[in-house]
Design a protein around this ligand. Sequence first.
Ligand code: ADP
Ligand code: MG
Length: 385
Amino acid sequence: MNVHEYQAKQIFREFGIPVPNGKMCTRDDSVREAAQELGGDTWVVKAQVHAGGRGKGGGVRVVRSLEEAEKAADDILNMRLVTAQTGEEGREVRKVLVEEGVAIQKELYLSMLVDRASNAPVIICSEAGGMEIEEVAAETPEKVLRETVEPNLGLRTYQTRRIAQALGLSGQTVRQAGKMLSNLYRLFQETDASMVEINPLVVTESGDLIALDAKLQFEDNALFRHDEIVALRDIDEEDPLEAQAAELNLSYIRLDGNIGCMVNGAGLAMATMDLIQYVGGSPANFLDVGGGASAASVEKAFRIILADPRVKAILINIFGGIVRCDRVAQGVAEAAGNVDLKVPVVVRLEGTNAEEAREILEASTIDFVVAANLREAAEKVVSAM
Ligand code: ADP
Ligand code: MG
């Protein structure tokens, strides 16, 4: 789960990680009053969307008067923000963060994430901040330090010193870095974060360390013990179909292709997607309705697939083990009858009561394409398009 920068910065504050003072504003709030309250003579108005690269896309503006702040917020709240991470359709901006402008001496990079290869948290840092770390890593890998944290020992002092050195820090800033890193590690553990990224982490003109940007990602499987984090969810920022599927407890992920897939069991779903690719097609989604899919959940899943305008054909591949195929067929036939079905639907049902299922589908007024096995189903759905 992702949160906005303003929410991540609030969590940073709670864990003692320095961030600029700021205020989140929607279209209903007075940006002028917010800026006035913050004081100072320089502010930064920042689009709040769940996507990075906002600066380059025009979603971060530095302003030097209250009028300019108002104007910048107005512009940003009325734009569709396009960044490297939003796709070309861009993103509607519903909130901005108005924060005090910081006099920057140096921009650094710092992140912490779970490294699957070493089964441990890893801290990645670089003196080359403000730009994309992937680029830095590709072009100047010597400028990137990876420090693996042994989970049973926690972050050690020698490691924070090594990081401070890699960041080119000196004097009292080194001590600030030590404190920041141990607070960050505590945040990472206590909130069950899967990723924290501060890009840029800056050294100010006065030599203080402060997080200018904040990206936080939480492990979905641990959200059950973090009501306070779940409360930060912004449904507007999520793919509407994915959000709908999550509410129905379906594992659904949108992909780039055009063949909608409905499968029970994650392994079978992966195999189905592989086979579609193998015969020259491209899946529009991953969807696991669960091993014990009921007719009702099949119907809901079917509706979600149909709501995706890119879907040009559907492949339903259900193995009736816990669930009976005839029940699934009933659900599919009913769902298809209740919507205006414009795309071909290929169905492969195997397992308990497969024969009854086939009869139900063939008796239906909908022209289902019935396939006898998975290979045939994949070929039929590709040629049906
Ligand atoms: P993004 O990564 O989405 O582009 P950032 O928060 O990193 O957004 O902002 C982009 C750039 O804007 C930063 O690298 C920094 O130079 C500048 N910036 C952001 N916030 C502030 C601030 N409070 N004061 C001064 N400059 C800022
Ligand atoms: Mg950034």
